[in-house]
Design a protein around this ligand. Structure first.
Ligand code: 3PG
Ligand code: MG
Length: 357
């Protein structure tokens, strides 16, 4: 991060600050199911308040509504969770991203108050990387400083990560700064053997990333939907889950005991384990077995440097840590795809967009 400007390099006192966060969090029954990514955003919000920012306007995406308004993907539950995590701070929500309702909501924000706008991906302009779309947001909020703190989304070239730089200078937030500086250490000289454990549901995104790790990793293990769908070819260093636990309809929803044992054995042979993506449908306790066993195996072993990536995997690790004091992870990152792209040596549009020093 040495070469990028951060919020510490700019005067925020009495400014209206627009902060891009990543609040792409699991929602269940209109409630936030894991606040891992929300808590990770608090340092920047608190910093801006301490430095006397006039208003703090937060923007984020949630899920993949593809330019449509999808009620289940509203950010409103996130605003409620944020209010809980910031006692004494006025936190408001408005169900739009620009226009008269937003102007009015911004008017009402008190000094040092926080306003969360609706899901950016309800509008096609976000994913189209539209300069006009983000300009409308800037105009409606009256923002004069733009902060990029959505580390988990900086691998996307979207309006709030990329095109925004054509409208306002972009400064890195504290989470983004912390993520890059810890991950850059892991990127430089990881202790070998290095294992990449990959799971999760974003099959189309993750499969191509394996290429970037073929030279870097000594072992690559595949679980989750990625394995169940047969989306990856086995190869030289590549092991793909060989057995699964199924539901009544025969859907492969968790890795079975043989595969789990192989994952654990491979981790035990490794000095560094990079893990992104749960190994089964772990939000359902019946299918969380392989993820739980693997997480405990690496978290209880002091000889393994464990690098856990992503909102779901990190959130799952945090839950288990609450119950088990013996668990320790070397690094928990809020970014899944973003962190993998970074560690794999690919360039990140959202990082490129930040002002150079
Ligand atoms: C994530 O959860 O990895 C980020 O929020 C990015 O979401 P996306 O994969 O839908 O772009
Ligand atoms: Mg995710």
């Amino acid at each position: 991060m040495e070469n990028k400007l951060t919020i510490k390099d700019v005067k925020v006192a009495n400014q209206v600050v627009l902060v891009r966060t990543d609040y792409n969090v699991p929602i269940k029954d209109d409630q936030v199911a894991s606040d891992f990514r929300i808590r990770a955003s608090l340092d920047t919000i608190n910093y801006l308040r301490e430095k006397g920012a006039k208003k703090i306007i937060l923007i984020s995406h949630l899920g993949r509504p593809e330019g449509q308004k999808v009620k289940e993907l509203s950010l409103k539950p996130v605003a409620l969770k944020l209010a809980e995590l910031l006692p004494g701070v006025p936190v408001d929500f408005v169900d739009d991203v620009s226009g008269p309702d937003v102007e009015e909501a911004v008017e009402h924000v008190k000094k040092g108050g926080v306003l969360l706008l609706e899901n950016l991906r309800f509008y096609p302009g976000e994913e189209k990387n539209s300069e006009d779309f983000i300009r409308e947001i800037i105009d409606s909020t009256g923002a004069n400083i733009y902060v990029q703190d959505g580390f988990a989304v900086i691998h996307r070239a979207h309006a709030s990560t990329s095109a925004v730089a054509k409208n306002l200078p972009v400064y890195a937030g504290l989470l983004l700064e912390k993520e890059i500086s810890t991950l850059s250490k892991a990127k430089e000289n990881p202790e070998r053997p290095l294992m990449l454990m990959l799971g999760g549901a974003k099959v189309d995104d993750k499969a191509p990333l394996i290429e970037a790790f073929k030279d870097k990793a000594d072992y690559i293990c595949i679980g989750g939907k990625l394995a169940a769908d047969g989306a990856v070819e086995p190869g030289d260093k590549i092991y793909i889950a060989e057995d699964f636990d199924e539901d009544a309809e025969g859907n492969k929803l968790d890795c079975g005991p043989l595969s789990t044992a192989h994952f654990v054995e491979t981790a035990k042979k490794s000095k560094t384990v990079i893990w992104n993506g749960l190994l089964g449908k772990s939000e359902d306790i019946a299918f969380a077995t392989s993820s739980t066993i693997f997480l405990k195996a690496i978290g209880e072993d002091p000889n393994i440097t464990s690098i856990i990536l992503g909102g779901d995997t990190g959130g799952f690790a945090e839950e288990l840590m609450k119950e088990d004091d013996a668990l320790h992870f070397s690094l928990l990152s809020t970014g899944g795809g973003a962190a993998l792209e970074y560690l794999g040596g690919n360039s990140l549009p959202g990082l490129e967009a930040i002002e150079n020093k």
